[in-house]
Design a protein around this ligand. Structure first.
Ligand code: ZN
Length: 179
């Protein structure tokens, strides 16, 4: 939601639907390296794909560059989209650093220079994934998205289904009494 808002923070009409999707998806792309979780669970730990790969393969600076290049290429080589995708990846890293502590107390450090160096980013004050600041940010982002949806006629749902998004936005307009 924050990377979607990042795309929406650009001057109006700068980014089209594809560019907004590229930036929003770049913001969640790092967690694709957590997709090994079902394999690890189903194999009862024999294939530790979550433990070994989550917060490693896509949580680093090189992955941010790779995703930025993909976004740039997908969006007709618009360097602004590539730059915003790079920023969105770093916004994800920042959120992980601030508040992603697991129930076991693990602080999920970011191996920012992987695979070149084992150096890791971590913050001793990191709060838990389900702590109140994360809930507050989530609620604030939902309010901002619904307000922008009423004003501009689009929400992140447009990435998956523009028709459904149009219906959602007309409800939001009524809800915010914009008509
Ligand atoms: Zn992450």
């Amino acid at each position: 939601m924050l990377s979607w808002l990042l795309a929406e923070a650009a001057p109006q009409q700068r980014f089209d639907r594809r560019a907004r999707a590229a930036i929003a998806l770049a913001g969640i792309a790092p967690d694709l390296d957590g997709l090994g979780a079902p394999v690890e669970i189903l194999s009862k730990g024999a294939l530790p794909w979550f433990t070994d790969y989550h917060h490693r393969i896509l949580h680093n600076g090189l992955a941010a560059v790779a995703v930025a290049v993909l976004a740039w290429a997908w969006c007709r080589r618009d360097w602004r989209v590539g730059l915003m995708a790079f920023v969105a990846m770093h916004l994800h890293f920042l959120c992980d650093l601030l508040g992603s502590r697991g129930p076991d107390g693990h602080d999920w450090p970011i191996p920012y220079l992987a695979p070149f160096s084992g150096w890791e980013l971590r913050w001793s004050g990191q709060w838990a994934l389900n702590a109140w600041p994360n809930i507050a940010v989530t609620l604030a982002a939902l309010v901002a998205i619904s307000w922008l949806g009423a004003r501009r006629g689009r929400t992140p749902v447009e990435i998956l289904h523009p028709g459904l998004d149009g219906r959602i936005c007309s409800r939001l307009k009524a809800w915010w009494r914009l008509r």
